[in-house]
Design a protein around this ligand. Sequence first.
Ligand code: HEC
Length: 393
Amino acid sequence: MNRATTWCSAFVLLLGLTACAGDPPANTGDLTPTVDAGVAAPDAEEEAELDPYEQALEEREIDYSAALRIAALRLTGDLPTLVDIKAVAAASDPQSAYNSKVSDYLADPRFAQTQIAFWQNSFKMGGSPMLDSAGVFAAQLVVENRSYLELLTATSGTCATYTGTTFTPVDCDNGVAVHAGLLTHPGMHAHFMSNMAFRRTRWVQETFACTAFPAELAEEPVALTATALYSAPWEFDSISGTANGGDIDFLDYSSVVCANCHATMNHLAPLLGFFDENGQATAEIAVPKPTEGTPMTAMIDWLPEGETTAWRLGANAADLPALGQAMAADPKIAECAVARAWNWAMGKGDIVDTLSVVPPDVFAAEQAEFINNNYDFKTLLYRVFTSDDFTRF
Ligand code: HEC
């Protein structure tokens, strides 16, 4: 049994999926397991045919006391008080008593701190005031019911601080003309500094789209040889190789097809290449390339003449503010945010590192509401923590 299948089966038990894909999907680049969306809840006639997993799901019962413990721990960092436990247990309408406790936790000052920790973990950044400030900014957006998309589009206040109980917006001082949320954050650029800006590129992809590279898939892969399949939607030679002027051969396909990942990566990375190892914006490209003497990368090492930087094929972006806008317009970004909220509530690990991928149907309602509600992550958390899936055991 492969990892995705094992996970999926366990997930059925926990969350009430109606079906699990029997076989993992072919490598589609999209790590989301396929789930049969059309299967309705089994009716009485079909009941006899329920498999043990479905049986277990059917038997789950609402338990607001158990839900309260987990919600309090996640949202405030502490167990619920005895008073709260008793209030929910004795309420004539336990659901409404529980829901109002969740509201209280979301308004509690301790929630700011659990959010800061949540985002610092999600961003894999923390430990110095500059690194910490990215997670603090994200927590501030949540606590103040601002749009999650400001993580990609905010033009000020992205090096926020938190002291006592107060968030203070602080503008990052790293020489950027126009900020674009965390895409121009000095801590991010310093922490994920690497050759050709590929580690920053990876961070942007994994943090906001929730999947590892490859990020894009053609409808029809192209056979380069009998064994080498090119699966990205870009023209094969739209990135650099040694044949079209680059120093690194991204067009090589002798062992792996580099372009499957690098087609997207090389259109994105140049945007992130104009920051030095301290995260300061630079006029010239400031990331080296892994060749003799580690000289700085040249544009031609990523992209041949005439190619434009982009988030995805069909979503060009000339600079980081344009990248932020292009990402904000991509529905996968909202889906990833909802998946992170969901996984946090349900106690899953990091969505990319642990392959804790939630089939999007599971949270379709929460996702639609998140988008309609101006990407308000705090209201999303309320919805998730009061959902049927969270309160049934
Ligand atoms: C499965 C996706 C994938 C494939 C295939 C792939 N790469 Fe990469 N490559 C990445 C990622 C992701 C990074 C950034 C890793 C990091 O720093 O965390 C990277 C980093 C690099 C770097 C920078 C390494 C450094 O010194 O920091 C080079 C150079 C590179 N790739 C070249 C290639 C070449 C050449 C091929 C084909 C032989 C190739 N890659 C195939 C995903 C891929």
